[in-house]
Design a protein. Structure first.
Lengths: 364, 187
């Protein structure tokens, strides 16, 4: 198929359909409402279900119910709406249900603002709801990648029978870029939901889909079943990308999503000025590419690591954990909907380089 | 050209977003990398609207453009806001139907396009944005006229009269740009 110009939100909606989404539940909120607008027309054309609930709370529980039938279902929202959905996400994880939740993030906390941010990192990656569970989290940095990862989300949700999240900042949702959809949707074979889904108990034993286990041994068993899946995710689902990493780098930048591509521009401009910096971009935020970051950050030539976010040092905690104190980890970020510019990134790099020159002078 | 950045800015309803999108479509048609970034925020009807289009031969990094090579400004608030941001050596295209001042910057080119007047004369006030787009393409050659004409045809093919007015607007814009910059018409 030829390339088409699409807004991130519309491209995500179309990608979900191409990945076989059969049900979509939504409640409007800026900056993701175009997903719902697009699907309000398109969903009926492909015989799927579009339903706008009365609130995000209702939507998340509709998703819970629909996921119980084994169908490919999803929702999209933005930060405050995603907060309202957390209870149901915890229940879905506990009940081992596949669902896709896409968060086009805006600035917070509270009702916050409507401009792009990455401030829901902790919520997405560390578990926004209660209990011993994880959601698999992916983060695109271009509209094309938003398409590819949306499709992957549906596969991973079924593969692990676990909620899968994609988080993109408002920029990913609002920007238009050229995208190409695959001719046909192909994915590796999956176990059939017929083994577990609530599809009507005629001619078979009844099934109960639940997250309630009053017997602590039963509950611990359920948690251990989940834990086994998370360990499998860590082995199989780590995704990341490097940009201009070389033996000449003194500094390694770690950034994801829109922030990563802004850093790419800064890195290109620094390179033109004779300053070599590499970029490590996590694509899966859970599982976090710990080993990969450790390997890149502890190359001999790397003196320090600079984490840059559209949030206040949230991912930095994971970067520090991955690097285990073997390199200093610095942070720069803006919040509230303000997006750092390539100029700001360059300034941070220069600051680090001059601080280092200063300290090495002291030693001699 | 490795990368070109242009901001279109004006009132909501002046076809700002559309002008940017037509240019972005033309970029894709010529196998270039494109990004179209709208202003989005707590906007109100009749308030200001702007979008930035990045057209590049290579992968586009930052979608945040603080200093574009060109600003196409359709009203006075946009003139005041975006003219100072244009890169040195860049270009400002001013809708002189609604903006009665010119830039005092000496390090940028300026093209005055009475876009609303041209559009009214041609019989469709809504086509003013295309005159500015024509001036932009005439001045920069970021995409070819054949391509933008094809795109306009695909996007507006439903009405032949509309199509002809838009072609006319493109031409008028181009002529003004070439005249202002003292260039010879290409192709």
């Amino acid at each position: 198929m030829a390339k088409v110009l699409m807004k991130g939100n519309e491209a995500i909606a179309e990608a979900a359909l191409r990945a076989g989404a059969e049900g979509y539940f939504c409640y409007p909120i800026t900056p993701q409402t175009e997903v719902a607008e697009y699907l309000s027309k398109r969903m009926s054309e492909v015989g799927g279900m579009f339903l706008q609930g009365e609130s995000e709370l209702a939507v998340a529980n509709m998703l819970f119910g629909a996921a119980s039938t084994g169908k490919r279902v999803f929702t999209t929202s933005s930060s405050p709406g995603i907060s309202l959905m957390q209870e149901a996400i915890s229940y879905m994880a506990g009940a081992e249900l596949p669902a896709v939740i896409i968060n086009i993030m805006r600035g917070g906390p509270g009702l916050g603002g409507i401009l792009p941010a990455q401030a829901d990192y902790f919520q997405a990656v560390k578990g926004g709801g209660h209990g011993d569970y994880r959601t698999l989290v992916l983060a695109p940095s271009t509209v094309q990648e938003a398409v590819d990862l949306t499709m992957l989300c549906f596969h991973l949700a079924q593969k692990y029978r676990n909620p899968v999240m994609m988080i993109g900042d408002g920029m990913i949702g609002q920007m238009m870029e050229a995208v190409e959809f695959p001719e046909s949707y192909e994915e590796p074979p999956l176990p059939s939901p017929d083994e577990w889904a609530a599809t009507g108990a005629r001619n078979r034993k009844a099934r109960i889909i639940k997250s309630l286990f009053l017997d602590p041994v039963g509950l611990e068993n359920n948690v251990l079943i989940l834990e086994k899946k998370y360990q499998q995710m860590i082995r199989e689902e780590v995704r990341c990308e490097s940009y201009k990493i070389s033996a000449k780098n003194k500094i390694l930048i770690v950034a994801y999503g829109t922030m990563a591509r802004i850093c790419q521009t800064a890195i290109d401009e620094l390179e033109a000025d004779g300053v070599s910096v590499g970029l490590f971009r996590p694509i899966s935020l859970y599982p976090f590419p710990e080993k990969e970051i450790l390997r890149e950050a502890t190359r001999k030539n790397i003196k320090s690591v600079l984490t840059i976010e559209m949030s206040m040092a949230q991912m930095m905690e994971d970067v520090e954990r991955a690097i285990q104190g073997r390199r200093p980890v610095h942070f720069y970020g803006r919040s509230g909907g303000i997006v750092p510019t390539p100029e700001e990134v360059k300034e941070q790099v220069h600051k680090l380089l001059s601080a280092k020159r200063h300290s090495s002078k002291k030693k001699s | 050209m490795s990368q070109y950045e242009v901001t279109f800015a004006g009132f909501g309803g002046q076809g700002i977003m559309t002008a940017g999108q037509l240019l972005a479509y033309a970029g894709i048609e010529e196998d270039k990398q494109v990004a179209w970034i709208p202003s989005y925020g707590p906007e109100m009807r009749g308030g200001t609207a702007y979008c930035t289009v990045v057209i590049s031969d290579i992968r586009i990094g930052s979608p945040i453009i603080s200093n574009p090579q060109c600003a196409c400004v359709f009203n006075r608030p946009s003139f005041d806001k975006f003219t100072p941001l244009v890169k040195s050596g860049g270009l400002v295209i001013v809708n002189s139907s609604l903006i009665d001042v010119t830039t005092d910057r000496t390090d940028v080119d300026e093209i005055l396009v009475p876009a609303n007047e041209i559009a009214m004369k041609a019989g469709n006030a809504k086509a003013a944005n295309v005159a500015v787009l024509g001036a932009f393409i005439g001045a920069t050659g970021v995409v070819s006229f054949d391509t933008i004409k094809r795109i306009i045809k695909v996007k507006m093919a439903h009405k032949k009269a509309v199509l002809e007015i838009n072609y006319h607007m493109l031409d008028e814009g181009r002529k003004l740009a070439l005249k202002t910059l003292g260039k010879k018409a290409k192709g």
